[in-house]
Design a protein around this ligand. Structure first.
Ligand SMILES: [Zn+2]
Length: 180
């Protein structure tokens, strides 16, 4: 399970030498925060909150990609639905995909899948992966695109499932061109 709200012990190390920068790192369940003495408590609190989320996301991402190998999943789906014809340069979970379930860069052939999919049924996750993979052939939601995606028999069900999760717009699925 992924905890959306991280609960780390926080240890603040203040120093006169650090004039401007605040940095943090995670050591097991403790977040070490290095901050200048001059910073106000309220400012520090705000920054810590931000850093906490960032470190937590990074940690989740690392763990997810270690335990759920999307490369293997994509290889299987490539064989099953695309005649093994797709060339994917990378596929991984991302924790910054909160508004979308996945995205695909047609040019670089990189696919990112939202970590939120982990909490959903496997057939929903597979639908999203197939959807993104199909964008390697068809960048737009054309008729041909949906013909390809519907090789996956649970497409309509999965779309309904995602709609019920509150993302009913098709753009909610991807269509973000990632830089690089
Ligand atoms: Zn799409």
């Amino acid at each position: 399970m992924i905890k959306e709200e991280p609960s780390y012990k926080i240890k603040i190390i203040q120093s006169n030498k650090r004039r401007r920068t605040i940095s943090a790192r995670l050591v097991e369940d403790t977040m070490l925060v290095y901050a200048p003495n001059s910073i106000s408590d309220s400012k520090l609190e705000k920054v810590i909150d931000k850093l906490k989320k960032r470190l937590h996301n990074r940690k989740i991402k690392r763990e997810l990609n270690k335990t759920h190998d999307l490369v293997i999943v994509a290889e299987t789906l490539n064989k099953e639905y695309f005649n093994n014809s797709l060339k994917i340069s990378s596929i991984a979970y991302a924790t910054n995909q909160n508004k979308v379930f996945g995205c695909c860069n047609y040019k670089t052939k990189k696919i990112l899948i939202s970590h939120r999919l982990i909490q959903m049924p496997i057939w929903v996750r597979n639908y999203v992966i197939i959807h993104e993979m199909a964008h390697l052939i068809e960048p737009n939601h054309s008729k041909n695109f949906w013909n390809i995606v519907s090789r996956f028999k649970l497409t309509e069900r999965a779309r309904g499932y995602l709609m019920a999760k509150g993302l009913d717009r098709e753009e909610g699925l991807d269509d973000i061109e990632l830089a690089g």
